[in-house]
Design a binder for this molecule. Structure first.
Ligand SMILES: CC(C)(COP(=O)(O)OP(=O)(O)OC[C@H]1O[C@@H](n2cnc3c(N)ncnc32)[C@H](O)[C@@H]1OP(=O)(O)O)[C@@H](O)C(=O)NCCC(=O)NCCS
Length: 150
């Protein structure tokens, strides 16, 4: 089941998943800042009452940016990443969004494959964009999200 994050009860769990999924995890303070912008939507994927993954995307002026997406390491490869992407696309469509952007580490093959399967195209590279470890970013866009049918 996909549902919106409830800050009061989900914060610890989301912060924990951040540390499991990223080498530069967002702290609870950064997550709160994101929630306070009023621009960001946090979704939690729950399977059998347990949070298995999450994502957050920011919507501004008819365009969205996927900021984070993660699935607990033991649960990867089971289709949960796709369920989260479905949530991003469906929610964005409902809000009249026509295009979604994201950035991804060049070496992140699983994520790049996931995004490609949702019609995202690689548009440019930002050299040495990431730290810890240093790596290029690939900027991907889907400018026709109304055409994604999974
Ligand atoms: C990226 C991530 C969210 C994918 O989640 P997941 O639940 O494993 O993904 P799914 O099982 O739904 O797989 C969806 C698609 O992703 C791709 N994929 C997933 N694992 C892959 C792997 N090990 N190698 C290559 N492609 C892979 C495939 O295209 C797959 O579709 P397919 O099964 O039809 O081939 C997960 O690997 C993750 O949490 N990574 C750490 C955090 C991260 O890097 N987030 C992205 C930052 S930009």
């Amino acid at each position: 089941m996909l549902r919106e994050m409830i800050p009061e009860t989900d914060m610890d769990c989301v912060a924990e998943m951040e540390t499991l999924c990223f080498s530069d995890p967002w702290t609870p303070e950064m997550i709160l800042d994101s929630l306070h912008t009023g621009l960001d939507t946090w979704l939690i994927l729950e399977e059998e009452g347990e949070a298995s993954g999450y994502c957050v995307f920011r919507t501004i002026a008819g365009e969205a940016e996927l900021l984070r997406i993660g699935v607990r390491p033991p649960l990867r490869g089971l289709g949960y990443g796709k369920k989260l992407m479905e949530g991003v696309v469906e929610n964005s469509r409902k809000n009249g969004v026509t295009a979604i952007a994201l950035e991804v580490r060049e070496g992140n093959t699983p994520a790049r494959s996931l995004y490609k399967s949702y019609g995202f195209k690689e548009e440019c590279i930002r050299s040495d964009y990431y730290r810890d470890p240093k790596e290029d970013a690939v900027i991907m866009w889907n400018r026709e999200i109304s055409n994604i049918y999974h």
